[in-house]
Design a protein around this ligand. Structure first.
Ligand SMILES: Nc1nc2c(ncn2[C@@H]2O[C@H](COP(=O)(O)OP(=O)(O)OP(=O)(O)O)[C@@H](O)[C@H]2O)c(=O)[nH]1
Ligand SMILES: [Mg+2]
Length: 218
C-alpha cells in the first residue's frame, strides 16, 4: 500500500531563493551598485539593449554584465567586445537564473569598480517570474515580432516588473502587430508598470529607457 504526504517543495525553494537574493542585494548595496534584471522573450533584444546602453552611458558609468543563458558564451562575448567586465552563467536545462547562480556570477566581477549591473536572464516569459536575483529593478523586454498577443498570454511576469519595453516597433507593420495593444495589455495586467515602445534600430524611445536607468541609479 502506498501512502502519500504533501511536501510544499515549491514554497521552500522559492523561500530559500528569496533569502539568497536578499544577500545578493545587500552585497550590491554595500558596493553601491544598482542592478537590473533584464528578462524577456527569446530574441526580443535583451543583449542589444544592454550593448546600446553600454555605448550610450558606459563612459560616465562603470557597467558590468552577467549573461545568463542555456549557453551563455555567445552573449558574454558580445558584452566583452565593449570592454566591460562580463561573466556568463550557463543554466543548462534550467530556463531561468536563480539567486544562487547569480551569487557565483557576482564573485566573478570586480564589484568595487562598478556602478550599474545588468543581468540578462534566460529568454522566456515564464520561468524567471518567481526568482528574485537581488536586483533593484525588474525589466521585461518583448518585441512585436513575437505577436501582439504575447503580453496577454504571459500575464504573470508583468505583475511584478517595474518596466516593460515593447521593442522592434520599426517592424510592427511588417509583422502585422499592434504595439499599442501590447502597451495596453501590460498596463491592464499591472497598472503601476512603466511601459515604453522602443526600437533599438531607429533609436525610438531609447532616451526614455536611459532616463529610467539613470533615474533608478543611486
Ligand atoms: N528590427 C529590429 N531588430 C532588432 C531590434 N532589437 C533587436 N533586434 C534584432 O533581434 C535579434 C535578437 O536580438 P538579441 O539582442 O540577440 O536578442 P536577445 O533577447 O538577447 O536574444 P536571446 O538572448 O537569444 O534570448 C538580433 O538580430 C537583433 O539585431 C529592433 O529594435 N528592431
Ligand atoms: Mg541575448
Amino acid at each position: 500500500m502506498h501512502t502519500t504526504r504533501e511536501i510544499n517543495v515549491g514554497y521552500d525553494i522559492l523561500k530559500a531563493n528569496r533569502e539568497l537574493a536578499g544577500k545578493n542585494r545587500a552585497l550590491l548595496d554595500e558596493s553601491g551598485i544598482t542592478a537590473f534584471n533584464i528578462m524577456g522573450a527569446i530574441g526580443s533584444g535583451k543583449t542589444l539593449l544592454i550593448e546600446k546602453t553600454i555605448e550610450r552611458i558606459g563612459k560616465e558609468y562603470r557597467i558590468g554584465v552577467i549573461a545568463g543563458d542555456v549557453v551563455a558564451s555567445i552573449d558574454t562575448a558580445r558584452f566583452l567586445k565593449h570592454g566591460v567586465p562580463a561573466t556568463g552563467l550557463n543554466t543548462g536545462k534550467e530556463c531561468h537564473l536563480d539567486a544562487h547562480i547569480v551569487e557565483h556570477g557576482l564573485g566573478e566581477l570586480p564589484l568595487d569598480k562598478l556602478d550599474i549591473l545588468f543581468i540578462e536572464n534566460v529568454g522566456n516569459l515564464i520561468c524567471p517570474t518567481d526568482y528574485e536575483l537581488g536586483e533593484h529593478r525588474r525589466v521585461v523586454v518583448v518585441s512585436v515580432s513575437e505577436g501582439d498577443d504575447i503580453v496577454e498570454k504571459h500575464p504573470l511576469i508583468f505583475g511584478n516588473a517595474d518596466l516593460v519595453l515593447v521593442n522592434k516597433v520599426d517592424i510592427a507593420d511588417a509583422v502585422d502587430a499592434d504595439a499599442d495593444k501590447m502597451v495596453g495589455d501590460a498596463r491592464q495586467i499591472n497598472p503601476l508598470i512603466d511601459v515604453l515602445k522602443i526600437s533599438l534600430k531607429t533609436g525610438e524611445g531609447f532616451e526614455e529607457w536611459i532616463g529610467f536607468v539613470l533615474g533608478s541609479t543611486g
